[in-house]
Design a protein around this ligand. Structure first.
Ligand code: AMP
Ligand code: MG
Length: 488
């Protein structure tokens, strides 16, 4: 056994493997030739009760590549299904291995997953591998989302493999270590439903309840409570995305968690120029996953989840459908409330009033027409004056600004409290596409300095500091055709 590993603090279990055998395949990652550590998230490690300070880099590279496994690891690949761009498909971890569930010193359970760690029975025609830039992209954006206060999977480490992967060109292979509350997806339930095995579906639902929504177990209909809880979490999550201008890009049902964490940072991007129709993903030709479509798609995905749960919701199908429909109907209101609450904070408005929705929507419409930068506009508004830039010397904007000022006067609190509310809810720093691309290009050339600097900036999104000045800028020439790729 490797001498350093037991001192790192791993406490691995594998509760997922108590599900029926068809939910997973036990197998080890495929060893890689010459792994090298690219980045490790020391703060996250600490919060998990893990200590890598006495492990040398070579051993860390061996560990985070899956070449050696921590004590009690028993890796597996999960089976799942999913609606991809609306079409049902059987999937599974085609390039990922769940190493185990780590129990933190305060008793929390987190999946530790390697992504890019080799082929599995679910790989279909894929090579089971991942390239460096997409894995660093996931690392950066997931850490940015976490710093923005948005539920998300986290990133513990990235290693290169010393092997190449063939995409459009030859690229450096890499493996990401992902930390998640779980990897249960809407697609996991679709997989269970496709097996037409009532007992298996029930064990999955019971497992999801015990892992994420234990209160549901005491409800008179625990499966209805499970469905309502997922709907609540997802509605709140999507509202948070909309408030910060995040476009996930590939909201297939296999990329939607039961926990309510954002997962799978493939072709995602943050808005610069505001547009409800913004699409960045190179494969989203119809704009199915456009910025403004995200609530509708979440609702659609959750309807697929509700369908899978029908046999558990009630023994009579018509009653089960009624229960499911009632639960799904709750999405719209929960989303709207969470969105309005978030947008109200961004505008410093307190004690909700009936006209607030129109006030927010009119600003968004103006931004869309004026092609304003989403993040910068809210920061520019965080002032007692009309912002100076030429962009704002526009009749429609000035009219809106007057209405907004009048609304702030109805807050019944001094203007300073509105401004501090705005400062706390309008990031100065988001991972802007032009900076992300620059950092990833440099990383591919072996220079991690730009990535580290950008990472540091996005980890403190709400503060104006001397060293984050270079990252606050909107692109000088926003690229309306900016494209992101799934990173496969
Ligand atoms: P994603 O779009 O990343 O959520 O991936 C969709 C499905 O394709 C998942 O089942 C992945 O495991 C699988 N997949 C993606 N890339 C690869 C790859 N290079 N090799 C094998 N499977 C892959
Ligand atoms: Mg996925």
């Amino acid at each position: 056994m490797h001498p350093t590993l037991p001192t790192q603090g791993w406490k691995l279990e594998n509760s997922y493997a108590t599900l029926p055998a068809y939910f997973y395949t036990a197998l080890n990652p495929t060893p890689v030739r010459a792994p090298q550590l690219v980045i490790i998230n020391t703060a996250l490690a600490q919060s998990l009760g893990l200590d890598f300070s006495t492990t040398d880099e070579t051993s860390l590279a061996q560990l985070f590549s899956g070449n050696i496994l921590p004590e009690n690891a028993s890796p597996l690949a999960q089976g799942y299904a999913g609606h991809q761009f609306g079409n049902f498909t059987l999937l599974g971890d085609g390039r990922a291995h769940l190493i185990g569930e780590h129990i933190t010193p305060d008793g929390k359970r987190y999946d530790i997953q390697l992504k890019g760690s080799g082929r599995t029975p679910y790989s279909r025609r894929g090579d089971g591998r991942a390239a460096l830039a997409p894995m660093l992209r996931e690392y950066l954006i997931s850490e940015a989302m976490h710093a923005l206060g948005i539920p998300t999977t986290r990133s513990l480490a990235v290693v290169t493999t010393g092997e190449t992967v063939m995409r459009q060109t030859e690229l450096q292979g890499a493996i990401l270590t992902r930390v998640a509350s779980s990897h249960l997806r809407v697609g996991t339930f679709e997989y269970a439903a496709a097996k037409q095995d009532y007992a298996g579906l029930k064990s999955l639902a019971d497992y999801a309840i015990s892992r994420h929504y234990p209160h549901a177990a005491t409800h008179k209909n625990p499966y209805r409570a499970l469905l309502e809880s997922v709907i609540q979490q997802q509605a709140t999550l999507i509202a948070a995305w909309m408030c910060v201008g995040f476009v996930h890009g590939v909201m297939n049902t296999d990329n939607m968690t039961i926990s309510g964490e954002t997962i799978d940072y493939g072709p995602c991007a943050f808005l610069d120029t505001f547009s409800m129709g913004a699409v960045f993903s190179s494969i989203d030709h119809q704009g199915r996953y456009a910025f403004g479509n995200q609530p509708t798609i979440a609702h659609w995905n959750l309807s697929r989840l509700a369908e899978t749960l029908l046999p558990l919701l009630h023994e009579h199908k018509t009653t089960a459908i009624e229960i499911a429909e009632e639960a799904i109907a709750g999405f719209g209101e929960t989303f709207q409330q969470a969105w309005l609450a978030g947008m109200s904070k961004k505008l410093g408005i307190l004690n909700g009033q009936p006209d607030d929705v129109a006030l927010v929507q009119d600003l968004l419409e103006w931004m869309q027409t004026a092609k304003a930068d989403y993040t910068t506009t809210f920061r520019d508004l965080t002032s007692t004056q009309v912002p100076e830039k030429t962009l704002y010397q526009d009749a429609a904007f000035l009219d809106w600004h007057t209405r907004w000022q009048a609304r702030l006067n109805n807050n019944d609190t001094p203007i300073e409290s509105a401004l501090s509310l705005m400062q706390a809810h309008n990031p100065v720093i988001i991972p802007r596409n032009h900076h992300v691309e620059h950092a990833l290009d440099a990383a591919e050339d072996g220079n991690m300095q730009p990535f580290q600097a950008l990472l540091h900036a996005v980890q403190h999104p709400y503060s104006v500091t001397a060293d984050n000045a270079p990252y606050r800028d909107a692109p000088q020439h926003p690229n309306p055709n900016y494209q992101t790729f799934c990173g496969t």
